[in-house]
Design a protein around this ligand. Structure first.
Ligand SMILES: NC(=O)c1ccc[n+]([C@@H]2O[C@H](COP(=O)([O-])OP(=O)(O)OC[C@H]3O[C@@H](n4cnc5c(N)ncnc54)[C@H](OP(=O)(O)O)[C@@H]3O)[C@@H](O)[C@H]2O)c1
Length: 428
């Protein structure tokens, strides 16, 4: 039967396996002679696939694989139930998560519970592939043990096609464990200096993420010209930086729990603030808007990702209610003259909502107020080899009287990305 999905149309076939597990095969196009079929054998992960959990990369891998197969117009995704938690089941997976909260890694946790690091068996998967007439495949995976397991079960694999994802601060340790202890091939992509891979491991750029109980870890990121402008005098900032640098920005969004701008940026740029240039999950989008100047048709309100608006008593109650009715979270906090909404309260609010890593993407007023209030942990600036002259300054007045008292970055990392230079460092 046909199963239309957001990635494209598939034919669905369910296989009842002898173990009691059900394997769902989604077939795209004609498999013809069954050779070199682009195939994903996806192990069921209810938390990641269905609920968007950020503890793992499963949901992003599932959607990326479906898109890749659909784009090719020919291929198969086997959704393997019974493989939950690398074969230990949902309840034991949650037990393993609890152990990981206590400091064990994903391998140690499974072993501590009395299971092997990977308890999956691929015999039933091989039988499904055979029943579909598949002779050989190009397997979408980062996992060499899955390749070995399928080959041992008699499946011919011509090629392995990697499926890295843009890591989130919540799953990057997990992905690094998979790389170091389970020999997965760069599941979080290559480092920034590896000739601009499609998926980049941003660990060096993000630094050590250290939220407190009161505040998220705040990463300030913007792209500027050589002469320190983030936009022209007309407000145009598309695009100061090169495509690879913008891809890095999308990966930073995918790494963080929330991305924040002021309403000025929404009014000028109408950004979506979603993750589109890399395989990753879009974060919560936060807008600071004292009086609710946010237009109802702003792209940031589209349902591609959740949105929160932080406003003050100066905004119209009916407008707040209209936003809430659309599923937008609206929070009223104190005003903080001359900036707008009170930033300390906003950060406490975000932390209470579970935000550990916050990416502040501007514009100029928001960059300045965060720096002036001393609320930034990490600064990441993309510098384009362009001189603009008069325009919007990246940073306004910080009341700095001498060079010696300027804000200085510690633990710096510098990378060439496309045409641009990225400089990152901590503020004390
Ligand atoms: N190159 C880049 O990386 C980059 C990134 C983003 C934006 N931009 C550019 O930046 C320009 C927009 O700059 P902008 O300064 O107008 O935008 P902004 O900083 O995004 O928004 C500023 C507005 O946010 C509101 N706000 C509420 N609370 C605030 C607080 N605590 N601190 C600061 N602002 C607060 C204020 O408006 P209310 O008083 O009405 O609330 C304020 O005018 C555009 O030209 C855009 O293209 C460039």
């Amino acid at each position: 039967m046909l199963l239309p999905t957001s990635a494209g149309e598939f034919t669905a076939r369910a296989f009842e396996c002898p173990s009691g597990a059900i394997h769902l095969a989604l077939v795209c196009g004609e498999l013809d002679d069954g050779h070199r079929v682009l195939t994903r054998v996806h192990s069921e992960c209810m938390t990641g696939d269905a609920l968007g959990s950020l503890r793992c990369d499963c949901g992003v891998q599932l959607r990326t694989a479906l898109r890749a197969i659909s784009a090719e117009g020919r291929g198969v995704l086997i959704y393997a139930t019974g493989h939950e938690g690398r074969g230990i089941g949902l309840v034991n997976k949650l037990r393993a998560y609890a152990l990981q909260e206590d400091g064990l890694d994903t391998v140690e946790a499974n072993v501590h519970l009395g299971f092997p690091p990977d308890a999956r068996d691929y015999g039933e998967t091989a039988a499904c592939l055979g029943a579909l007439g598949i002779q050989s495949l190009r397997l979408l995976t980062n996992n060499p043990h899955k390749v070995d397991g399928l080959r041992s079960a008699g499946v011919a694999i011509d090629d392995v096609v990697r499926l890295p994802t843009s890591a989130h601060v919540r799953n990057r340790d997990y992905l690094h464990t998979k790389q170091q202890r389970m020999q997965h091939t760069a599941p979080a992509g290559e480092g920034l200096d590896e000739q601009l891979p499609q998926v980049t491991d941003l660990s060096a750029l993000l630094g050590t993420v250290s939220a407190t109980d009161e505040r998220p870890y705040v990463v300030l990121k913007y792209a500027q010209t050589l002469d320190g402008r983030i936009a022209t005098h007309t407000g145009d900032s598309k695009w100061i930086s090169s495509e690879p640098e913008r891809r890095t920005s999308h990966a930073l969004r995918a790494a963080c729990d929330a991305v924040l701008v002021g309403v000025g940026t929404v009014l000028t740029d109408d950004p979506q603030l979603t993750v589109r240039l890399v395989p990753g999950a879009s974060p919560l989008r936060v807008v600071l808007d004292t009086t609710l100047r946010l237009p109802p048709d702003a792209q940031i309100l589209a349902d591609a990702a959740p949105t929160m608006v932080v406003t003050t008593e100066r905004s119209d109650v009916a407008r707040r209610e209209a936003l809430q009715a659309r599923g937008v979270a609206v929070h009223v906090v104190d005003a903080q003259p001359p900036w707008g909404v009170d930033l300390e309260t906003t950060l406490r609010l975000l932390r209470a909502r579970g935000v550990r890593a916050l990416l502040v993407e501007g514009g100029g007023a928001v960059i300045t107020s965060f720096l002036r209030e001393g609320l930034v942990n990490r600064v990441i600036v993309g510098i384009a080899p362009t001189i603009l002259g008069a325009g919007t300054d990246a940073v306004g007045d910080l009341n700095t009287a001498s060079v010696a008292s300027s804000l200085r970055l510690h633990g710096r990392a510098v990378h060439a990305v496309g045409d641009d230079v990225l400089i990152a460092g901590n503020l004390s």
